[in-house]
Design a protein around this ligand. Structure first.
Ligand code: ZN
Length: 214
């Protein structure tokens, strides 16, 4: 798809659910593609940990190892990170700071409204806002949104999931990001055109850092 459509780019990475598959040889194979512009999704996810204490400890240790390996990889190849964080805000923040992920920066995709992640704005990280913002139960995200520096706001789909209201439950499409922009505009009391321009420029700034193709 990236080769077929001018406006489509891709990232290469191993999600925390697939840590056993991490292999730098495979990463290397894709990263050199001219339309590969980021490393991810990678990160930490403590939502689905094994029940057994020993297995849980091992799983967390392995998740951290694979996350750190991908941060080092991203720094080596000079590409920003797409970071997945679920119920693991403190550990994720600490690792991103300790391993100097700032060098390449990235996006905290599907930002989970955790205030523990806000300091990452100072470390070249952007906050991906998706359809969740439009849900009736998204009070926390509505509350935290104004605390994110405007120059660090991004809009995302997380397609095919998390489709914004009023299409919640349907397959998500990039087209629906317009409803997220609407809601951001309402919460920040900023004209929608300004939000569209701002988030587009932010995305370009982030992914253009090391890319000549964007
Ligand atoms: Zn994710």
């Amino acid at each position: 798809m990236a080769e077929k459509y001018e406006e489509v780019f891709f990232a290469v990475g191993i999600h925390p659910y697939d840590i056993e598959k991490y292999d730098e040889k495979i990463m290397n194979k894709y990263i050199t593609h001219p339309k590969c512009i980021a490393v991810g999704e990678c990160g930490l996810d403590y939502f689905r940990l094994p029940a057994d204490e020993e297995e849980k400890k091992q799983n967390i240790a392995k998740q951290k190892e694979v996350f750190i390996a991908q941060i080092e990889f991203a720094k080596k190849v000079k590409k920003p990170l797409i970071v997945h964080i679920r119920e693991a805000s403190n550990d994720s923040r600490q690792i991103l700071i300790d391993y100097n992920a700032k060098e390449v920066g990235g996006v905290l995709h599907c930002f989970n409204a955790s205030e523990h992640l806000l300091p990452l704005a100072e470390h070249n990280f952007y906050f991906g806002i998706g359809g969740v913002l439009t849900f009736k139960n998204a009070k926390k995200l509505v509350e935290v949104l104004p605390k994110i520096p405007k120059e660090k706001l991004l809009i995302e789909t997380d397609g095919p999931y998390l489709t914004p209201h009023p299409f919640r439950g349907k397959r998500n499409e990039p087209l629906y990001t317009i409803y997220v922009a609407d809601k951001i505009s309402e919460v920040l009391e900023t004209p929608k055109e300004e939000i569209e321009k701002l988030t587009t420029n932010n995305a370009i700034r982030l992914f253009k850092q090391f890319s000549t193709i964007i």
